[in-house]
Ligand binder design. Structure first.
Ligand code: GBH
Length: 459
């Protein structure tokens, strides 16, 4: 389809939409029997989240979901990726709460009535606190419990929802939640973080088996990974080794086992001094993790720059578990309000690398977007920087498609300004502005820009 003025057309049937996550938008954290999640506990601890912000009221989406779906209709966005709060479905991690299921049941029906295709993420970081009390993701029981939860949700929604993502960004849950402690549950234990990562991958595999067993071949099963393409200034052996260490820990730790290749041997060697990962890998685990993926969800925000240290044993300034002999360098150019570098070329390079690294695996961009400071002026938000970010990154995706990357869709992060985790409400990623005091929504210029791209199926 080449509409008027389109110079870069996307493939026919390209999936356009936006993404959100339950804890970031829903609010109503005690409604209808919902149990506490690790984010309720974490946000209640002084000093963990900026300004003492919590998941209340967020975007009050639990009560305003019809209005928010109305925004999708208004902007003409045909796909919508949202996550389900495990602690609404199972307040204690095990016992079913029908009122929680009913909310998502209505949400799905409302989307379908408007012709919007739901894409469900089962886990976007909000573990039921009761399961953290039993040890959380470093505990070996978690994958089985997660598969039970997946089966429960699928039983209710599986007749209408075809597109399933098991886990969003296991890197973040494991390494930020249990490694550097900046996210819930706020634990700083590198060894535990590695075991958590393995269990998250195992949970994905067991949930994928459960979804397929119950849903047959019609289910599309995916996982969403966050990728950090690695840059160095110099192309010599020491810099390449620094880049390899970061890439293995951040990217291939999660990708390679999913592809049936196990953990890269170099990664196991890099982490041997912590002594926790290999003992956690039981017979058969790697086969379970390697369930065939129908698509891979790719989240891209920014690249990372690294430099080798003279002492290969020196602890890194980047607090990823076990990382040694290299430092992360400051980002360059005009940064987003989170201080992230804007480099669309890295997005293209990543997608072309995936084309080669996992041939035959379709990709969906499950998140991409940027935080900037926005202002409502006369009922408008002129967020020119975000428009430029999206224009540049959509062009980057298009370049990758022309280069042979099998990208099937693009979901902007995010529909709404929302609770940005440890940064509270200070960082805005929305296509739609939210005034958290009044809950008023205002479509930003970037929202209109994205709607035009979607309408034309091109830039
Ligand atoms: C996504 O994660 C989340 O899925 C989404 O919920 C969130 O709102 C959105 O991004 C915006 O933040 O630890 O060295 O890799 C993004 C993953 C992880 C990217 C932390 C930046 C910081 C540097 N982010 N990472 S490092």
């Amino acid at each position: 389809m080449t509409g008027h003025g389109v110079t870069r057309a996307f493939p026919a049937g390209f999936r356009w939409g936006t993404a959100t996550a339950a804890y970031q938008i829903e609010g109503s954290t005690t409604a209808d029997g919902r149990g506490p999640s690790i984010w309720d506990t974490f946000t209640a601890r002084p000093g963990r989240v900026l300004d003492g912000a919590t998941g209340e009221p967020a975007c009050d989406h639990y009560r305003r979901y019809e209005q928010d779906i109305g925004l999708l209709t208004e902007l003409g966005l045909p796909y919508y990726r949202f996550s389900i709060a495990w602690s609404r479905i199972m307040p204690d991690g095990r016992t079913i709460e029908p009122r929680g299921l009913a909310f998502y049941d209505h949400l799905v029906d409302t989307l379908l009535e408007r012709g919007i295709t739901p894409m469900v993420t089962l886990y976007h970081w909000d573990l039921p606190q009761a399961l953290q009390d039993e040890g959380g993701w470093p505990h070996r029981d978690l994958p089985v419990l997660f598969a039970d939860y997946a089966r429960t949700v699928h039983k209710v929604l599986g007749d209408r929802v075809r597109r399933w993502t098991t886990i969003n960004e296991p890197f973040c849950s494991a390494f930020i939640g249990y490694g550097n402690g900046d996210h819930a549950p706020g634990i700083r234990d590198a060894g535990a973080a590695l075991v958590a990562a393995h269990h998250l991958l195992l949970a994905h595999g067991q949930a994928a088996q459960a979804l397929r067993a119950d849903g047959g071949d019609e289910q599309e099963v995916s996982i969403v990974l966050n990728f950090a393409p690695v840059l160095t200034d110099v192309d010599d052996a020491a810099h390449r080794e620094a880049a390899r260490k970061f890439d293995f820990l951040h990217n291939r730790f999660f990708l390679d086992p999913l592809l049936g290749r196990g953990y890269p041997p170099g990664l196991l060697a890099d982490l041997a001094h912590l002594g926790t990962l290999e003992p956690a890998i039981a017979d058969g685990d790697l086969e379970i993790i390697a369930q065939p993926l129908d698509v891979l969800g790719v989240n891209y925000y920014a690249p990372v720059r690294v430099v080798p240290l003279d002492d290969p044993e020196a602890v890194s300034n980047c607090p990823l578990p076990g990382l040694r002999g290299m430092d992360v360098r400051p980002p360059r150019g005009e940064l987003t309000s989170l201080g992230w570098e804007q480099r669309p070329e890295s997005f293209t390079e990543l997608l072309l690398w995936l084309r080669d690294h996992c041939p035959g695996l379709p990709l969906v961009i499950a998140e991409n977007g940027a935080a900037f400071e926005d202002e409502v002026v006369d009922g408008r938000v002129h967020d020119a920087k975000r428009v430029r970010y999206f224009a540049g990154h959509l062009a980057a995706v298009h370049d990758a498609i022309e280069g042979g990357a099998d990208v099937r869709g693009y979901l902007a992060w995010s529909l709404l300004d929302n609770f940005e985790w440890a940064m509270g409400y200070t960082q805005r990623f929305g296509l739609v502005h939210v005034d958290f005091a009044t809950q008023e929504r205002v479509v930003k210029d970037s929202g209109r820009f994205f709607a035009e791209v979607v309408a034309r199926n091109g830039l």
